[in-house]
Design a protein around this ligand. Sequence first.
Ligand SMILES: *Cc1c(COP(=O)(O)O)cnc(C)c1O
Length: 694
Amino acid sequence: MPMTTRDKLEALAANLWWSWNPEALQLFERLNPEAFRVSHHNPLAALRAADPAMLNDRPFQKEVDRIYEAFQAYLNSPPRLENAPRTVYFCMEYGLHESLPFYAGGLGVLAGDHIKAASDLGIPMTAVGLFLREGYFRQRFDHSGWQLADYPAMDPLDHPMSLVHGPDGYPLVITVHLGRQPLYLRAWKLEVGRVPLYLLDASFDANPEPLRILTRRLYQGDRRIRLQQEIILGIGGVRLLRALEQDFDVYHMNEGHCSFVTLELLRERLASGDEREAAEAWVRQHCVFTTHTPVMAGHDRFDPGLLLEQMETFRHQLGLSETDLLAYGRVNPSDSTEAFNMTVLGLKMSRKSNGVSAINGLVARRQWHHLYPDRPVNEVPIGHITNGVHLPTWTVPHARPFLEQHLGDWLEGRFNLEIWKKVDDISDAELWQYRCMLRRRLVEFVNEYVKHQSLPQESHLNPDVLTIGFARRFATYKRAPLLFEDMERAIQLFTREDRPIQVIYSGKAHPADDGGKRFIQQIYEITQHPAFRGKVVFVEDYDMHIARMLVSGCDVWLNNPRRPLEASGTSGQKTAIHGGLNLSVLDGWWPEAYNGQNGWAFGREATGYYEDPVTQDVEDREALYRVLEYEVIPAFYERNGEGLPIRWLTRMRQAMRTIPARFNAVRMVREYVEQIYRPAEAPTPVTATIKNEK
Ligand SMILES: *Cc1c(COP(=O)(O)O)cnc(C)c1O
């Protein structure tokens, strides 16, 4: 029987390939625009509510045929990298699409981009996470601008995921122990192109009610729940793979949340009869670890008493003494007061470790030097792979015709750096039209969106005005209100009638982070101030869709974290293909990308450390006002006889030529394969050093 249009749509809906193929998404949108919109662009929801007339429409059916064929061609395309090791990727959160809100921010978005690029490259990868059905949260506000959190639960049946069955044909159930209490886990499978993603789930009737909540929410609850979630992810994750009879060459732990993977692998080797030393060597040979967090307090640490309590049965299965178990997570195993640190566990039990930008690698080597007291700091075995973004996910649909017209097959260009040189051939007028079109689309979107949000906002954004964006998690180190810290200077900037500016903010604070919530409230108050009303706007409930709109439409992407606390940052990488310009302090990825012409840097040199944060705040905000007033704003409003801002366009061209070529996920995953996943023939020295290292 030939496949019907509905069959093909079902096959398309079942694979997250649509999340980076807007032509596929548009098919579903046409089936039922309203169902598509209210479900945060979920194809399955639109298909279930499909307009039958559309399904029977001949031209529509032809379009489905064409896109279905493209999808099949993608699945069957040959690998771009030969003999890549079989790799399983672990992460607590995944940012795949706005309809699947189990991500909090950059870490999850990076994980989503990583597995999508692995699929594009055709490398044999499987991914594991948790089915956090109440996800991160949906953001609302009370009348004072104080953030509130809603937790609508996802129904797995509404999403492209299926319950995993075991070889015996029954739904697969595996067991882990929390203390002595068994916890049963089932798993849901999502197809992300060619990469299967398994999400563990405790929320079903095999478990007593109080345990079912354990896989419900991301980064919430107390230390015990956090530890239990990490036991589920690390130990449960490996057990799931075994129940599926799957074996891997490389276990990639993305951040310390998944470090228990190493202990479960150790248990397997010990159970198979290895001596302890041989078992550890095997684990180290197979594990690699990525660290992201430059702040010591950001690394998961557990009180030894809590850890021993929760791992009681597991420790017996391992056959280790309490001290021996704790030693894996301690810098100094003989210090009985030292907490169990998940990053220490990951570092100790991995063959390779890396940070996520050159600076972050350097910071991590300093941060963990005490774990390797016999080596100089530049020989601490932590390298770096700089993050990159999955361009097909982050390029808005309405930017694509322009890119196709001028660059040809720009998606193919991710594999071929030559293509980005064609940016030089685009005329000033066309480039400016592109920028103005993207800005106008954003302004229309925001002016409409804020009418329906709980936080009252007057939005009079103007499509011709220099538009600055700031959107990311409202962690306090990211210093969202920096631009308004000197009110007088800020008012001056905003009241020049000949050179107006407007700023759009968006982002969520962690529900337990009152400092972050106060920052949002502060921004809210600024939006109500007469000098800024209508020109400074906060867009609520930040998600991947809002992110895509903002990074595409803003002329300037502002990034001003306290150094050196930004491991990489990726949102600025998403702007460049849209001709947006980064205005950023020299932290994370930016020092590697900034060449003096493809955006702006402000504040001290990357490695210029500050004795105290207040000095840094004051210096940075002064530097920010200066660069805005004397460089950014004049470059935007200085026009030639044809009304074109030539200096601005030169920078845009530089950004588009230099940034997407390097800071994309295909380059990143290739580097992971070549430098991290491929087993070393001989012990490798640390190759990653950057200039200023002492
Ligand atoms: C890209 C992205 C981030 C990461 O932003 P940073 O500026 O790197 O912190 C966070 N949240 C969402 C929704 C994103 O799309």
